[in-house]
Design a protein around this ligand. Structure first.
Ligand code: FE
Length: 200
């Protein structure tokens, strides 16, 4: 029994209140990012609540497990599980997102378009357990993420301003800058039971 699942339940309640008060639209992106950063930092400060099924790596593919999807598609929360050396393609999101590292560490490389080509925007940024970073159409929406470790699993918790698994977005060929339509879906068929009671 996972008796710390209330951390996740409380986070979901906090973000539900935030989108209710702030409004879900992209025009409220700055307020949503500002309001959600502290709670996500608090969530990833403790590595004792994520169900094991949502932290299991796949031998070949990084995993994206839906932890909670807002019924009105205003936000979604996903655990990304990075096996040793695994990485995303270069991709965009089209909505705001926050990345909080729960376990291990990852490397985040941003890109920007320049004369029809993709160029690296700054160097790779190391995100360690407990750290939170943002992506968005305003802040810079195109990046590649990879496990910083070649010999251990890393796990990060991502909050997005929409139902990220269903959004039509893009992957990029880093060399040519060509884009392809991308709908990521989710790896899991079942979501965590946020209402489970701790054994007494
Ligand atoms: Fe991303």
């Amino acid at each position: 029994m996972n008796d710390k699942i209330e951390r996740l339940r409380e986070f979901v309640a906090t973000i539900s209140r935030l989108v209710e008060q702030t409004g879900p639209g992209t025009g409220n992106e700055a307020a949503l990012l500002a309001g959600a950063t502290g709670p996500l930092r608090e969530l990833v400060a403790h590595d004792d609540w994520l169900p094991d099924a949502m932290a299991r790596p796949h031998p070949v593919y990084y995993q994206q497990h839906l932890l909670y999807g807002d019924p009105l598609d205003r936000f979604s929360l996903v655990s990304f599980v990075w096996g040793p050396g695994q990485q995303t393609p270069v991709h965009d999101h089209t909505v705001w997102g926050l990345i909080g590292v729960l376990r291990g560490a990852e490397l985040d490389q941003h890109y920007r378009a320049e004369a029809g080509k993709l160029v690296a925007d700054g160097g790779e940024v190391l995100l360690s357990a407990g750290q939170v970073a943002a992506v968005s159409p305003t802040l810079g929406d195109v990046h590649r993420v990879r496990n910083a470790h070649d010999d251990q699993v890393s796990v990060s918790i991502h909050l997005y301003g929409g139902n990220i698994g269903r959004i039509r977005r893009h992957v990029y060929d880093a060399a040519s800058g060509e884009t392809k339509l991308f709908i990521s879906g989710y790896s899991n068929a079942l979501v965590p039971n946020l209402w489970a009671q701790a054994a007494t």
